[in-house]
Design a protein around this ligand. Structure first.
Ligand SMILES: NC(=O)c1ccc[n+]([C@@H]2O[C@H](COP(=O)([O-])OP(=O)(O)OC[C@H]3O[C@@H](n4cnc5c(N)ncnc54)[C@H](OP(=O)(O)O)[C@@H]3O)[C@@H](O)[C@H]2O)c1
Length: 265
């Protein structure tokens, strides 16, 4: 799809900032979001920042109204959460699903009618390869990214006849510093502490030596510009190889492969 107006959530850092920058270079008018646009450390040149807190429905509606008609929505903002399954507090789970799933769904619902009427649009969900390769002690995050992918996969065909493409991009390990912002829930005296710490150390190390956010942005751009975007794109963590292996290995073998990559048995 050729240039128009794009809205990128979570454009204050990492992948969102890289996607916003790539869209500016492609000639799009770009709105990027932050919970606090005044405090964005390194604003991307050419991007107009709007306030958006995905945990607040009124903020989502105000953001969509401020952006006006958009041709491209990149649902990138998200929380990275980890902790043993049985120790995840319900309020933390509700917040995670509000931000990573329902917030993105609501914002999409607000921009899609305009795209449908103009018969032109792209919605990209930034998921995670962990949704395709589930990892222990990341169950809430895995589930939230699988949920948003499920919405996108199913809704795709509703828009297929309207020139509107809905797609999911699953990044692997990307060096954005997200490890420092990850929310963690491990109970005091947790029986899972040692295994959790092992997983976390591997996860953080993988992220630190991951590919750049700019490489993810190039994949997001390819999804936006494809005449018929595929349902799923993946980038980083040897995505082509591991997705190929996933097609030929048993589920158990894939589970062991993911566990071993994170120091787990
Ligand atoms: N880095 C990785 O290895 C990796 C791998 C797979 C998937 N991902 C996904 O890629 C996306 C971007 O991650 P990143 O690595 O670039 O992380 P990041 O640098 O921490 O960026 C997260 C963005 O989300 C925004 N955000 C956080 N909470 C929000 C809320 N309640 N409402 C609205 N915006 C909120 C932040 O904006 P403000 O703080 O300015 O509001 C920030 O711009 C996320 O969905 C993440 O799950 C990342």
């Amino acid at each position: 799809m050729s240039a128009g107006t794009a809205l990128v959530t979570g454009a204050s850092s990492g992948i969102g900032a890289a996607v916003a920058a790539a869209l500016v270079r492609r000639g799009y008018t770009v709105y990027g979001t932050s919970r606090d646009p005044e405090k964005v450390n390194d604003p991307v040149e050419g991007v107009t920042y709007l306030a958006l807190d995905l945990s607040d429905d009124a903020s989502i509606e105000a953001c969509a109204a401020a952006a006006g008609p958009v041709d491209v929505l990149v649902n990138n903002a998200g929380e990275s959460q980890s902790g043993p399954f049985e120790e995840l507090p319900m309020d933390a789970l509700r917040r995670l699903f509000q931000i990573n799933v329902l917030g993105a769904v609501r914002l999409s619902q607000l921009v899609l009618p305009g795209m449908r009427e103009r018969r032109r649009g792209r919605v990209v969900m930034v998921g995670s390869m962990l949704a395709s390769f589930p990892l222990a002690y990341r169950s809430s995050y895995v589930a939230s990214k699988a949920a948003v992918k499920g919405f996108a996969h199913a809704a795709r065909r509703e828009y297929a006849g309207y020139g509107v493409g809905i797609t999911t991009v699953e990044p692997g390990s990307i060096a954005t510093g997200i490890s420092e912002r990850r929310t963690q829930y491990v109970a005091e005296g947790s029986p899972f502490r040692a295994a959790y710490d092992t997983m976390l150390a591997a996860l953080n190390a993988n992220e630190a030596r991951g590919i750049t956010a700019a490489k993810v942005a190039a994949t997001v751009l390819a999804a936006i510009e494809a005449p018929r975007p595929r349902p799923l794109y993946a980038v980083g963590s040897n995505a082509p190889l591991v997705f190929a292996l996933r097609r030929v290995l048993t589920r158990g073998a894939v589970e062991r492969m993911v566990a071993r990559r994170h120091g787990l048995r």
